[in-house]
Design a protein. Structure first.
Length: 271
């Protein structure tokens, strides 16, 4: 593995990744609408080599490999999630920091599903990814819009904050899920990294899962899971029961509905 500049993020995701890996099938089901946006972009033209940044347990990497027949590589800093990805095969999975890794090949498409928002120097990261992209190659990633446009996520953050009132507030300008919420900032980052033809398109999707999966989903990933892990083990069950009530508004007819507002961002590597 090459050097990491995102050491805090690497430590965080190597721990959090165990939960994600445990419920990877649930996560894949919930995030499928956003994966489909990337598969759609990938199949618009022939592809030979595709890089998936922040690939996690590899669902998007495998889906693009199946849809395009391209040689796909997933890169992530979380060994716990990559271990789960490798169990399924169909692609190559690399533990490395995409911000600084020296790639030994070039790609004609770079994609990411919610994997680019955690760089501590996003301009440098996208410059490095541009260098790994063949001339005329493309970039396409999905990132969250504002917190207000993603009420399920804000509910989770609010609940977690009530469980951990002394936890420091996240830096709104630092790495995090909404760090690319402002289109102008995103455009400046990409152009600063040497990309051209930047297009930022709003997409709205509603993800779903059966109500019985809400408990494993919340207790294994995201801010609620982190808050529960910090509580004494004997208190976690009652706390989780109280937490579930906060998500009642998203449950209808035995199914959880998760509305989401995202950006689909595309750009090109100069010829």
């Amino acid at each position: 593995m090459t050097a990491e500049t995102n050491s805090e993020q690497a430590a965080f995701w190597n721990t959090a990744g165990h939960g994600w890996a445990h419920v990877q099938d649930v996560v894949a089901r919930v995030l499928r609408p956003y994966q489909d946006l990337l598969v759609e972009a990938a199949t618009r033209r022939p592809r030979e080599r595709v890089l998936d940044v922040g690939c996690g347990t590899g669902g998007t990497t495998r889906a693009i490999a199946e849809a395009t027949g391209a040689r796909c590589v997933g890169i992530d800093i979380s060994e716990s999630m990559l271990a789960a990805a490798r169990e399924h095969g169909q692609a190559e999975f690399l533990r490395a920091d995409a911000q600084v890794h020296s790639f030994d090949r070039t790609f004609d498409l770079v994609v990411s599903r919610f994997g680019v928002m955690f760089f501590d120097d996003p301009v440098a990261a996208f410059a490095n990814l541009r260098r790994a992209t063949a001339a005329g190659g493309e970039l396409c990633f999905i990132t969250w819009r504002t917190a207000g446009e993603n009420p399920f996520m804000t509910t989770a953050s609010r609940v977690a904050a009530s469980l951990l009132p002394d936890a420091p507030a996240p830096d709104p300008d630092g790495p995090g899920p909404f760090s690319f919420a402002v289109p102008q900032r995103t455009r400046e980052i990409l152009e600063g990294g040497g990309w051209t033809g930047v297009e930022i398109e709003a997409q709205d999707r509603t993800c779903t899962m059966p109500e019985e999966l809400l408990t494993p989903y919340l207790s294994n990933m995201g801010p609620v899971a982190r808050a529960l892990r910090a509580a004494p083990e004997a208190e976690r069950g009652p706390l989780l029961e109280s937490v579930l009530g906060e998500f009642r508004e998203f449950v209808r007819d035995g199914e959880v509905h998760i509305p989401g507002g995202v950006w689909r961002v595309t750009a090109s590597a100069p010829l």
